[in-house]
Write a protein that binds this ligand. Sequence first.
Ligand SMILES: [Zn+2]
Length: 118
Amino acid sequence: MALSPEQLGTIFPYFIAFWVAVALAALAFFHFNKNGPLKRKLFLILTIVADIALLGFIWVSGAPLPFLAVVAAFMVFGAWQAVRFTRFCGKCGANNFPQRPFQSRTECKKCGDHLAVD
Ligand SMILES: [Zn+2]
């Protein structure tokens, strides 16, 4: 189901507007919300849904299957890395993104509380 270049040109502005809206909503939520466990659940769901949506768009754009497979592999690796190594403080709700590759923070950057591995 590949879309024609004209169809892609038509939906592209909506595609960009959708991703900007999703990004702004996610930034606002993860910045202002202080519920660590809720952030953890939503981060996992958002990561998976965003990857699937982006792969879907690449698929309908008519990309060759080998390209789609390589992109999917990178996206799965990136999603795994983001979900595996990002921590949300259960005490203050702060986002604790990894500072080194393949290594989670063990203490909250904001309050110093121990970050549980979940
Ligand atoms: Zn904290």
